[in-house]
Design a protein around this ligand. Structure first.
Ligand code: HAM
Length: 441
């Protein structure tokens, strides 16, 4: 009977990262890290597992409920795999409220699990760069967060027409529903949940859902009219002085004043899926239609830290996901080929030469920051060793056979240009560097 093999595929909706994938991932994260740190942000990290209580408090929240990976540990505790970072980072802030000097500028790079239906742009495991400010009430914090987004996009050579930062405000959204559409306060949450899904939903289903909540045909039409109106027109339609509208005015003024007018637009349909947002909310979208899901999502949350401690501290920030962002970079051809760097030098081996000679050369090259590997077996023919070097993408093969050893020389084979030179041992490092810097690879 044939033995049943174990599956080699990773768990549904997760990805394995082979060395080539890690080249991309390290390049992507290090670029984002560089930008965020240039703004003075400090890195933190948290455990993959959190107590379920953290999410149980947030009933009605899709991610915290339907999509949570939940299990009981051997001690009978209910444990969740974090689906996002924001509740965790709020916990960290709450735990050291008295010691921390506010405002804080913090960031992290971590993976998250959500029980999603895997599809383009949506997986069960994804990575996010989370960037948050704690303890800054001023709209200047919004300005800084949006500026970071713009700088990250620019670092990847993205032009303003390739993406759009779409901005709204939760207070403004709620005020519009109550003031213009006469929606009952208790229905706001239900409506915002439907609006959050609007773009990905069949229009008929969207209408049916709103009707179920109690919106008449006239009100659904009015809501549609609001969606297609600009910010000033919606404010014109209002009868009350909305704090959310004032916050948006101020933010747009600051963005325009600092040269960011081409990067953002007001979008009333941006409400965000999480209940904790209380003010500004935003999402960043690829303008090419093949990549429909957001690249970044974020906003201001006033009451998360207060879930843990009496004192309140406001937070604002974003999560930048790796899945849609990779689609963005691929779609706009923004991933340089040079990120897939291979090791530079392979030292070939011959049994007649003491192994220590090779180890010594490798050490010398590594101390010059040249990535160097030594071939494992001296039994293999030189041709075989060189073939391996070419296949693996080494730029240079060093040949130190018994003849070279006697004459105190080394042969350097530049594999890309098929050039070969034999030099004195005290000159070989300079020659290797010369080949590597020749631009040929
Ligand atoms: P979010 O919108 O759920 O927000 O996620 C942020 C980003 O993570 C999204 O824009 C998307 O790129 C990516 N993302 C989310 N879920 C998935 C998934 N299942 N598969 C692939 N990518 C995904 C948050 O998580 C907030 N906690 C962000 C935040 C930080 N708000 C304030 N500070």
């Amino acid at each position: 009977m044939k033995k049943e093999s174990l599956p080699v595929r990773s768990y549904k909706g997760t990805r394995d990262f082979y060395p080539r994938d890690m080249c991309y991932r390290n390049w992507y994260f290090s670029k984002v890290r560089e930008i965020v740190e240039s703004f003075g942000y400090e890195e933190y990290h948290t455990p993959l597992l959190e107590s379920y209580d953290m999410y149980a408090a947030k009933s009605g929240d899709e991610v915290a409920n339907e999509q949570l990976y939940l299990f009981e540990d051997k001690g009978g505790r209910k444990v969740a795999i974090r689906p996002e970072m924001t509740p965790s980072v709020a916990r960290l802030v709450a735990a050291r409220l008295d010691e921390l000097n506010f405002p804080l500028r913090w960031y992290s790079i971590a993976n998250f699990m959500r029980y999603e239906k895997p599809q383009k742009g949506r997986l069960r495991e994804h990575w996010q760069v989370n960037v948050d400010i704690f303890g800054a009430d001023e709209i200047d914090a919004e300005l800084e967060i949006i500026s970071i987004i713009k700088d990250i996009m620019e670092a990847f050579r993205a032009d303003p027409e390739m993406f759009k930062i779409k901005i709204n405000n939760r207070k403004f959204f709620n005020d519009v529903l109550v003031d213009i559409l006469d929606v009952k306060t208790e229905d706001i949450k239900k409506i915002s949940r439907v609006v959050d899904k609007k773009a990905k939903m069949d229009p008929e289903k969207y209408n049916d859902w709103l009707k179920e909540i109690g919106l008449s045909k006239e009100k659904i039409d009015l809501l549609d009219k609001i969606f297609s109106s600009n910010f000033a027109d919606i404010v014109q339609m209002m009868h009350i002085d909305s704090k959310g509208a004032r916050e948006l005015y101020e933010l747009f003024r600051l963005l325009n004043e600092t040269g960011l007018e081409d990067y953002y637009e007001f979008d009333f349909s941006i409400v965000r899926g999480f209940d904790y947002y209380t003010g500004t909310v935003f999402e960043v979208y690829d303008t090419s239609p093949g990549n429909r899901r957001s690249l970044f999502g974020g906003g201001r949350y006033d009451n998360l830290v207060s879930l843990y401690k009496e004192k309140n501290i406001t937070g604002i920030g974003f999560g930048l996901g790796d899945v849609t962002f990779q689609h963005f970079l691929e779609g706009h051809d923004l991933i340089p080929k040079t990120i897939y760097a291979s090791p530079a030098v392979l030292i070939t081996r011959f049994l007649e030469v003491p192994v220590n000679e090779y180890i010594h050369c490798a050490k010398q090259l590594r101390s010059e920051n040249i990535r160097t590997a030594v071939y494992f077996s001296g039994n293999d023919k030189l041709g075989q060793q060189l073939k391996f070097a070419e296949k693996k993408g080494f730029s240079i093969a060093l040949i130190l056979g018994i003849d070279e050893l006697k004459e105190n020389k080394i042969t350097i084979k530049h594999l890309d240009s098929k050039t070969q030179v034999t030099v004195d041992r005290n000159e070989y490092i300079d020659k290797v560097k010369e080949f590597l810097n020749s631009g040929l690879k």
